[in-house]
Design a protein. Structure first.
Length: 442
């Protein structure tokens, strides 16, 4: 079939590659001058900045790491110095426990909270088919202290959101799968037993990123599609074609894949009111990334660990900070540290719209408060996304099913971060889901 793909972000490129592999004739329309969508990597003042996603886990057999190997993209593994994760809670930076001993001695919870963790295997599972918020799940299975100290900051790190507002089933499907098997401990034991019995091959563990930034992967994906990718090709409308299929700005295709933010997609299909209404329910939260380069001596606390996340209600507005040059040592000039600070999200959307100098001043204030960082930065810049991080509310999977069904009536498939996962691995794997959807059109 002749298929149009609207949007050349990672999701659109992954869908296009899967469709080409399936024998379809594909044209990718990208409004901007380059492919990659929000994903991009730029070097400024000798500092390498990621505009959005900055890394991926190595585990999935059809994930980003495997794709990098296939496309010849060199990868780096995160430094061993980045193993420690920090939580800023109750006005203090505290290490996230990484072993039973460190869990027993952590000051992130009281002894009562630690004892509540031991009861996890004996707690009742949720009703089958019932979605719940990540907070409700964590408080029920692990206790309210663990939900506040560990889970809430973790959700902020992934979705820049409050854990009360994110669906467990959609946002963290692996945890939902463990819950379905009896809980975290019981579920992990069952999975390990199955892995041994089925001789599941081992997959690479750890955190990876393309050398030179995630933008290199997007460039390689686009390059593999060659002339099929049309940049500076903005689409204004998609309607049903009289002869069947769809019309994309007057050009007929057998079907289309829409891989741009759902709010923008709704405008494209305004002549298909049922689908447009289904797309408008999906929300995104605005985000701003502040990059600060500083002499290493000015931020000695950033020499150890991946970074820190901030609990709700603390005395800083930064949601979290990645110690970029601790994780990836070659991302700054010698003797310099690069810090990536995240602001906004649904927890603090107003922060994302602050003026650039206000954001930089806020980042400097918060890093002084949390890390004791002082002195003038050697680099300061802001990357801003008004349509930032997709928000997966409770009931999200039902909304996705309804939108997919409405799109299918018009031979349209949906791809991208709004639907089935926002991580790099999720978006790449989603290409196969889209290709399977197209096959149902016959």
């Amino acid at each position: 079939m002749k298929i149009a793909v609207i949007g050349a972000g990672i999701g659109g490129l992954a869908a296009a590659r899967a469709l080409v592999a399936g024998g379809h004739e594909v044209t990718v329309f990208e409004a901007s001058e380059r492919a990659g969508g929000v994903v991009g990597s730029t070097r400024v003042d000798g500092f390498l900045r990621e505009h959005a996603a900055s890394s991926f886990l190595g585990g999935p057999p059809r994930g980003a790491l495997a794709l990098c190997h296939e496309l010849g993209v060199a990868v780096d593994k995160a430094s061993p110095n980045a193993k420690t994760r920090w939580i800023y809670l109750d006005g203090k930076l505290r290490a996230l426990p990484s072993s039973p001993l460190s869990l027993a001695t952590t000051d992130l919870m009281t002894w009562r909270g630690k004892l509540a963790l031991l009861r996890e295997p004996f707690r009742a599972r949720a009703a089958a088919g019932e979605d719940e918020s990540v907070h409700a799940f964590a408080a029920r299975r692990l206790g309210p202290e663990a939900a506040r100290a560990f889970v809430a900051p973790f959700v902020t790190g992934v979705f820049a959101a409050d854990s009360h507002d994110i669906s467990l089933a959609a946002g963290f499907p692996k945890f939902a799968a463990l819950e379905a098997e009896g809980g975290l401990v019981r579920g992990m034991i069952k999975q390990m037993v199955r892995g041994v019995r089925d001789k599941t091959p081992k997959t690479p563990r750890g955190l990876y990123a393309p050398a030179g930034g995630v933008g290199r992967l997007a460039e390689a994906m686009a390059s593999s599609l060659g002339s099929r990718v049309r940049t500076e090709a903005r689409v204004s409308s998609i309607v049903s074609a009289a002869a069947g299929g769809v019309s994309v700005d007057g050009e007929r295709f057998d079907g289309a894949v829409i891989a741009i933010p759902a709010a923008l997609a709704a405008d494209l299909v305004g002549d298909l009111p049922e689908l447009a209404a289904k797309l408008r329910v999906f929300k995104r939260a605005p985000t701003a990334i502040v990059y600060l380069g500083m002499p290493e001596a000015a931020v000695t606390k950033a020499r150890n660990g991946f970074g820190f996340l901030v609990g709700a209600g603390e005395d800083v507005r930064v949601l979290g900070c990645v110690f970029e040059t601790t994780v990836w040592p070659d991302r700054a000039p010698s003797g310099q540290a690069l810090l990536r600070c995240i602001f906004g999200g649904s927890r603090d959307p107003d922060a994302a719209s602050l003026a650039e100098q206000e954001l930089i001043a806020l980042a400097r204030h918060d890093l002084e408060r949390v890390l004791g960082a002082t002195g003038e930065p050697t680099h300061a810049s802001v990357v801003r996304w008004p349509r930032g991080i997709a928000q997966y509310a409770v009931g999200h999977k039902d909304l996705v099913r309804a939108a997919v069904a409405a799109a299918r009536k018009h031979r349209i498939a949906l791809a991208g971060a709004d639907y089935r996962g926002a991580g790099i691995n999720d978006l790449i794997a989603d290409g196969d889901v889209v290709a399977a959807e197209v096959r149902t059109w016959g």
